[in-house]
Design a protein around this ligand. Sequence first.
Ligand code: GLC
Length: 734
Amino acid sequence: MKAPFLLLILFSFSVQILSAQQDIEKRVESLLSQMTLEEKIGQLQQGWLNSPNYEEGIRDGKFGSFLNSGDIETKTRLQKIAVEESRLGIPLIFGRDVIHGYRTVLPIPLGLSATWNLDLVQQGCGVAAFEASQQGIHWTFAPMMDIARDARWGRIAESPGEDPYLVSRMGEAMIKGFQGEDLSSDKTIAACAKHFVGYGAAEGGRDYNTTLIPENELRNIYLPSFKAAKDAGVVTYMSAFNDLNGIPATGNKFVLREILRNEWGFNGFVVSDWASVTEMIEHGYVKDKAGAAQRAIEAGVDMEMVTTAYAHELANLIEDGKVDMKYIDEAVKNILRVKFALGLFDNPFRELKGENALLTDESLETARKAARESFVLLKNEGILPFKKDFEKIAIIGPLANSGNDQNGTWAPDGRGEDAVTPLMALKEKFGDKIIYSEGLEKSRSTDNDFTEAVKTAQQADAVILCLGEEEIISGEAKSRAFLNLPGNQTNLVKAIAETGKPIAIVIMAGRPLTFSEEAKLADAVLYAWHPGTMGGPALIDVLFGDYSPSGKLPVTFPRTVGQIPFYYNHRNTGRPATNVENVDIPLGTPLDPKGFVSNYLDVPFSPAYPFGYGLSYAEFNYDNLQISSDKIGPEDKIIVTCDVTNKSDITADEVVQLYIRDLVGSVTRPVKELKGFQKLIFQPGETKTVEFVVGPNELAFYNYENKLTVEPGEFHLWVGPNSAEGLQTSFAVE
Ligand code: GLC
């Protein structure tokens, strides 16, 4: 196609978008001009089915949104009241936590991130959006874009992990999956970048706890994923619970107005988290609801989730001249803008498929693909993949047949009975060649009689041990001070290991756990996160070699909880730790023989498994790392190429990763930072020359003056299979 013609098309397309936006602005202004103060404040209120007299309230224009608003019939009834009985007929926007699927449950977001497959994650969120929108839901409170470096924090399950680059790319894919190309379509829903901001930095990994994040760290680590969300076109944000540097995020003008609005130009709307407006009283930041309402609206929270500080206090604050009307008008316009973009005014009652949209074969196949690509092979001493001509395989453990647990946290519309568990899938495929014993009923069970399980193992050629965490101890308000396998699972592993049978441990959990003792007793370890509805069939795909595992860790796995916070993109310190294995001081030795460096005495510095790590059934070779120049200007780009070869006789995916290190900066820089990855399929024996471009987007950081800049100096660059290995080269920015 000739360039001029293409330009003409692009131009006309952007003109169309512009005119649509101008049209919406006109409609927003026109509607705002008709609204009373009470109706404006009503738009800022999100209710739920426990809100008192909510039908009368909707009729009086006192609600703009509902969350968790029941079935289609209920939503239709509420919408009819809003559209047909209220004075201005402004439609409600219905929100719901569709975090990793609606009825077809995908792997938890930490598992989705472990796929490093952006197209697949986008496709999966498209399935979630379709299922949800066909139930009358307009808006999901996802994706969670919080950087999570602390496995004690239960909500690490909902995060795409510890790295700003990976979390940003995953968030973009999720937003595109949820919002699609056309927000007014009946297959898409509005997304919500949450929790803005810094929630994952809760001290001690204790949920809702205080976060102290210097501005430079905010800008280099915690804000980039939220900026990526804005650039991806997310139409809502959710303000966070946490106290951020002494000012609760929900009342924090610096992040909500200075950064999100003034620097980034965001023009959608911000919803508070559940009761996070009035919780500012508990924080000790305001003394009453009036103070909470004033701080939140002035900071930039447009909609209050379920509490009623806005509803009860804003009118008085306006009348008393304590709050400027411009804040109310701005908030109302932000909300109306999204409602128009969603097409709610033009089409408040969509034709809905309801149950017929759920659990379709296509959706289930997407969930199965996402699950199998999320699995991370951490150890394999030759027993995987299992041969299909085995006599008997035993499957044992509390996660072998628990649909509800494998769905994981934040799957409120998923059903355990829809989940295909590992036991069900194995029985379906291999019949009586599969024998089963639960070993322990639940992950936290403390029973100590494993007679039955041992007997079952003794009858088998090999054992699949399904261990991990129940879903109820993962997610919000589920922080754990220890990361070991809960209950008596370790002794179950020991009992099975004594049979001498080959063991493949499969761990289903919502966070990194510590299991070095158990891993030593197993021949293979596969981390399955909480894999969702199709976890069982996906497990068979991988355990029996129909798919070679390709998952890579989106978070560092510590050896022990005592190492936390522990993340790969750490700073170097003036006395960097050494990777010595034997770190202790021998008895009777007066001085530390290893010098004064940042090691622990009782555990090696290295993680159990590094960020980006994951084995395959194939063996990949990295060779011939080339860069197009070893000296560039701050605006220039480098072409990086590396030959990757699949040395095996099977087809397999590999996630080729690119890391950099900025050796010297006006603030100290991480020892390594992920700046590119590509997930590629390799035929047996195939070599691919993988190409990356490295330029200002990859090299810039917020410097000492908090200005985004590329500073001159030496850089190291790696291309490899994870953050701990790879071919290295270097270049300089002049
Ligand atoms: C919860 C969570 C938030 C969720 C909201 C609505 O407390 O913090 O992520 O979207 O309330 O359920």
